[in-house]
Each structure stands twice: as C-alpha cells, then as structure tokens.
Design a protein around this ligand. Structure first.
Ligand code: G2I
Length: 512
C-alpha cells in the first residue's frame, strides 16, 4: 500500500528570498525605499531548465516603447507574427521583400534573442498569384520561395515553421494550392528545399489542435513518422496551443508531446495563448492560469520540448478579439502591460522561488466524500456519488483537479461507457473516463477519473454531489463488493480510498 501525502508542504523561503528580505528590512530601517529585488525573467527561468521562453511580435507594435522594453527583456526568443509570411515576403512572383522581417531579426540580435521563422508554406496569407499558377508550376514557385527566404535569413533564424497547418480537424490533409498540385508530397519537397537553403536551421511542421491526443495529432504523428522513415530532413513539431478556457485543456498533452519526442523529434509550443469569453472574471483567469501552468509543466516534463512561445505577450496586441468577437484576455499581460495571474503561474511552473506562493496558495487542501448510489452492487452499472471539498484557505482551480475511483472490471468487455447524471456544477463541466491501471492491485484494475473543464472552488466550498455512472460496453455485470473504492454507505462520508490529484500530484487518499 502506498500512503500518499495528504497535503503539500508549504515552501520554506530559499536563501535568495531571505537575503532579499534582509536587504529590504535594512533599507527600510535606514529610512530609504525598500527596493524590489530584481527577479529572473521568464526566459532566464526557462533557460535554467534548458528551454527558451519567447513571444510573437509584429512590426506595428515595435513603436510602443513600453511594449518593446518588456519584449526585449523578458523573452529570449521572438517569432514574427506576420512579417515573414508569403504575402509580405513575395507579394509578386520573384519580387522579394524582407524589410519587415529584417526589423524583427535586428531587434532580436540587439537583445540577444533567437528567432523562429514563421512561415514558409501556408495556405493562408498567400498572395493570389500562387493560387492562380498552373499546377505544373506550383512546386517550382514553392521551392523558389523557400530557397530565397531561408537563404536570406541564414544565421538569423534558428528554426523554421516550414509548413504551417497542413491538416483539417479530422486529420485529413487541408486543401491548398500546394496540396492540390502535388498531394501530400509537397511537404517533403518543402522540407528538402528548406534544408538545402539553410542546413543549420531546425525544420518544423506546425499546427493547431495537435496539442492533445486525437485524430489531428494522430495524423501529424503518422506524417512525421513517414517523413523520417523516408529520410526527409525534419527536426521538430510545433504545437501552436491556441487554447480557450471554455473548451477544456488538451487531452494528455504531455503524453502526446512525448510520442513525438520518442520519434527523435524536438517539440516546441509555438503560439501559446488562452482566450476566454469576455468579460474576464476571477474564475476564468484562474482556469487560464492553470492552462498556462499545465502547458509549461508538460514542456518541462518532456526532454525534447525545447521551449515555449506565447502568441504575443499582452492582450493589447492579441489577434483574438478580431478573430473571435466577444473573446479575448488571452495573454500573460493585460492591455495595460501588467502581469496577470497566468504570468505568475508560468513563473511558478518554471521553478521561480520568489513568488511567495501567491499563485493559488496551497493546492493540497482538498478532500473527497463519497456515497454509493448503487443499491445493486452485482448489476451492470457502478454509480458513485462524489463531493469534492476545499478544506484550505485559498481557492482551488478545478481544471487542475482529478479524482480517481478504483474498481475491478471483472469479466467481460474491457471498454467502458461513463456518464455524469447530475451535478450542481452542470454535467457539461464534469469530465469522466475510465483508465486501466498499469499494474493491477487488490480491488483495482481500472479507475474512473473525474475532472473539471472550468471553475474554481472557494475555501470551505464543496462541489456538491456529482452523480456518476459507468458500465462496460457489453453491459456485463460487475461484482462491486471487492472494489477498492466501493463502500456500501448510502450517506456521504470522507473517502480515504478515493484519490484526489492536483496537477497530477496526489493530495488526498490512499492509492491501492
Ligand atoms: O491566427 C492566429 C495564428 C494561427 N497560427 C498561425 C499564425 O500565423 C496565426 O497568426 C495570425 C496573426 O497573429 C494575425 O495578426 O495570423 C493572422 C492571419 O491569419 C494575422 O491576422 C492578420 C489579419 O487577419 C489581417 O487583416 C492583417 O492585415 O494580420 C494582418 C497583418 O496585421
């Protein structure tokens, strides 16, 4: 039996914090102002973990001095949001214009930053002349474009999004002038041309909605595996990570990153932002913080994840409001350039020790209460009722929390259906699935995992009763009497044999 920790220890102040505190006290006693100790930048924190932390930027914003001061100091990597796209760099065939992109690479050089080039081949922001070419001319036009641009930026761009957004949501190839003329072979052709033009640049395929496991990331996975098998030059996969609090966190992001890494590829988070329906409120900002934190943690957990780029760092210059009317507040800083809770969450995830724990406080102060909603423990359904309770003094962000109810599948099908029958939070907020245990234990070879898409739990508050139900897909019977988490109690009681996890860390319960 494995006794899990019941609450997280509060962090003792590190030596730098004590020294800073002593310094502040000394200056206060001397009558002078208590100078704020300079803190590590996001990039410095990431670099200490072998990663970069970068931001997208765009030419019009570079005339905003307050903006560029932060852009040049906090971030170690830049991606031009628009200025290296085809419509800007080759508006007419053979007429190249790199002036705008050069402004960005110059800024980066002056501030010791690397640059990801974005993007050589994309169906969007493509000048009309490309779409009007006879199919037989498309490949030459494409490779000419790549050759000219990647050659121009040799030494200034360390990684290229060679092909951007090649897939539809269902994992089929997206139609574009390139796909129409060449089929999916255009991708290998583009990568080869980029490699020939700049053998030192890291070459990526980049897409959105491939952050979690699913049809679209499966398609990317199959494509890159085939490309590597064919010896096509490819170094990495970029996961854009345009997330939204109302759509939930990508399913198994870390595992998904890891499978690409296991092919020998780098992984980069290339365009991170987390939008929400406006107006923002504390609960949405807490969910947003948790998403930023989880992305950061996923990247740090996967050795081949090389860094994170936010798709601009401030709400002031976000692409979101014009594309999704009524949505916004997606970035780490607000439109007055003040850091938001998500900024602190990222710092904490990057290992910052100076934030005093103000980002959410003690996440361990949770417990779960349970009753069996099931009067027939030998039939074909298991019906746990659960209540999650915040026993701490600070709000808990629900998307960080998962609950595990352990049981045995007995004989019959090994696939399951799960349902939320009722919850005062609204069942749309409650996620549920069955997972198999890696090593079965007494009374447990599977568990029902319950999670939350949004919301936060105030100190002292309970989620109220969440009525759950599960069955095997062949509807064969269970014998619940030997199930690890099962009791026959029909009124709610603390449940030490049901697990609660925050950010994947156990905070309540005894694992089987
Ligand atoms: O849409 C968000 C990103 C999704 N992944 C690929 C990225 O390249 C893409 O970036 C955005 C830029 O941030 C926007 O700034 O791409 C948009 C276009 O697809 C960019 O928006 C365009 C506007 O639609 C144009 O009206 C405007 O002229 O920016 C142009 C330049 O400011």
């Amino acid at each position: 039996m494995n006794l899990v920790k019941l609450c997280r220890q509060s962090r003792a102040p590190g030596l730098p914090a004590l020294l800073a505190g002593a310094l502040a006290l000394a200056t206060t006693l001397a009558g002078g102002p208590a100078a704020a100790a300079p803190q590590d930048t996001l990039h410095e924190l990431a670099a200490a973990q072998g990663r970069y932390f970068g931001s997208a930027t765009d030419n019009p914003e570079l005339s905003d001095a307050a903006y560029t001061a932060r852009l040049g100091s906090e971030f170690g990597q830049l991606t031009p949001g628009n200025s290296m796209k085809w419509d800007t760099t080759e508006p007419a065939r053979g007429r190249f214009d790199f002036a705008k992109g050069d402004v960005i690479t110059d800024f980066a050089r002056q501030h010791g930053q690397t640059v990801r080039g974005h993007t050589l081949v994309w169906h969007s922001q493509l000048p009309g002349w490309v779409g009007s070419l006879p199919p037989a001319q498309v490949e030459t036009a494409m490779t000419d474009h790549i050759t000219a641009e990647a050659t121009h930026y040799r030494g200034a761009v360390t990684a290229w999004d060679v092909v951007n957004e090649p897939f539809n949501e269902d994992g089929t190839f997206r139609t574009s002038p390139f796909y129409t003329a060449l089929g999916s072979d255009y991708i290998a052709s583009a990568l080869r041309a980029a490699h020939a033009a700049d053998p030192d640049a890291r070459l990526y395929l980049n897409d959105y909605n491939i952050e979690g496991l699913g049809a679209k990331s499966d398609a990317m996975y199959a494509l890159v595996r085939d490309l590597l098998d064919e010896g096509v030059p490819l170094d990495g996969v970029g996961m854009q990570a345009h997330l939204a609090v109302q759509y939930g966190f990508p399913y198994e992001m870390r595992a998904n990153m890891q499978r690409f890494a296991d092919l020998g590829l780098d992984v980069a988070v290339t365009e991170l932002d987390v939008r929400m329906q406006l107006p923002a409120d504390a609960a949405k900002l807490a969910t947003q913080s948790s998403y930023y934190r989880q992305v950061t943690e996923a990247c740090l957990a996967v050795e081949r994840c090389v860094g994170i780029t936010v798709w601009d760092y401030t709400d002031k210059y976000s692409w979101v409001p014009s594309t999704f009317p009524g949505e916004g507040a997606a970035n780490l800083y607000d439109d007055g350039l003040l850091p938001k809770p998500a900024y602190t969450a990222v710092r904490t995830a990057l290992g910052d020790e100076d934030d005093g724990g103000e980002n959410g406080g003690d996440p361990g102060a949770l417990k779960v209460r349970y009753r069996s909603g099931d009067s027939s423990p030998g039939d074909n359904q298991i019906k746990p009722g659960l209540q999650l309770v915040n026993t701490g003094t600070t709000p808990v962000s629900l998307p960080d929390v998962t609950v595990r109810y352990w049981f045995t599948g007995d004989n019959g099908a090994s696939t399951y259906g799960t349902w939320c029958d009722w919850s005062p939070l609204g069942c749309a907020t409650v996620t549920h699935r069955v997972a198999a245990l890696g090593s079965p234990a007494a009374g447990a070879d599977h568990y029902l995992e319950v999670g939350f898409g949004s919301g936060s739990l105030a100190p002292g508050a309970s989620t109220g009763e969440i009525q759950l139900r599960l069955s095997k897909t062949d509807w064969s019977d269970f014998d619940e009497s030997d199930d690890y988490s099962h009791t026959t109690g029909t009124s709610y009681a603390d449940a030490p044999k049901i697990g609660v996890y925050v950010g994947g860390e156990p905070v309540w319960g005894i694992e089987p």
